[in-house]
Design a protein around this ligand. Sequence first.
Ligand SMILES: C[S@@+](CC[C@H](N)C(=O)[O-])C[C@H]1O[C@@H](n2cnc3c(N)ncnc32)[C@H](O)[C@@H]1O
Ligand SMILES: [Zn+2]
Length: 268
Amino acid sequence: MGILSCPVCKQELKRENRIYKCANNHCFDIAKEGYVNLNSKNKSGDSTGDNKEMAVARRDFLNKGYFNVLANAVLSCANKYSKDGDNVLDICCGEGYYLHFLTKALNRRFYGFDLSKNMVRLASKRKSDATFFVANIANIPLKNNAVDFAFHLFAPFHASEFSRVLKNDAYIVTAVAGENHLYSLKEVLYDTPYKNDENPPDAGDLILVEKIKVKDTIVLNSKEEISALFQMTPYYYHTPSDGKQKLEKLDRLKTDVEFVLYVYKKRK
Ligand SMILES: C[S@@+](CC[C@H](N)C(=O)[O-])C[C@H]1O[C@@H](n2cnc3c(N)ncnc32)[C@H](O)[C@@H]1O
Ligand SMILES: [Zn+2]
């Protein structure tokens, strides 16, 4: 049985060739890349900040493995907190790097969604055995109690909706930037860089069961890679122009990457 639900009437969505359809005849086309747009409020556009070029830059950067310390930590959690055949969901999957990483190692039923069609299109092009859809975290088109394990990296949190789609006793892991994450990058951008606060999200009724910290040091050896990393950060939108100019002059950047993972359980 499928776990997708109609975003209009909440009935189960069933796949018929190139469409998903519910009992009330609401139909959703499957795009040529394989994903389906289930965001009824955003049929055509792309409402998030990342344009196509930024999405591609993000994909190419992650493909080089610079954040694999995080990918491996998520994989360990998925291994520990789910089993063969379970439904695993990547919430705000972006261009699908981490979900793809997991599909290569684990035997699960994988699902991923994001509000950005550009991102979901790229994720689908990775050709992993996963179901991708465009959707908003405020209205996830999945049945209640459907997901065995979810992960959620660097994106807005919606505790009640995440809890609704998780099974009882299922787990969700979220990641936030560690205090020293990209500190050397911030030293270039700002006169007085600050450390990240590592605060967990407001997780509502979800119960915190584990906190994991992982870190690595990466070296970027080209202006293109430095620029791609910068574009992936929130600083891209807030840095004064003199900081940006200093960064544009760099050919090499050595920096720590540090992540904090919070694992939550849905209480019965
Ligand atoms: C910083 S990116 C992280 C992407 C991916 N998790 C990763 O780590 O590579 C944040 C993502 O959250 C998505 N996003 C933002 N608001 C959203 C919402 N309300 N519903 C679904 N996705 C959302 C954005 O489109 C973007 O792809
Ligand atoms: Zn329907």
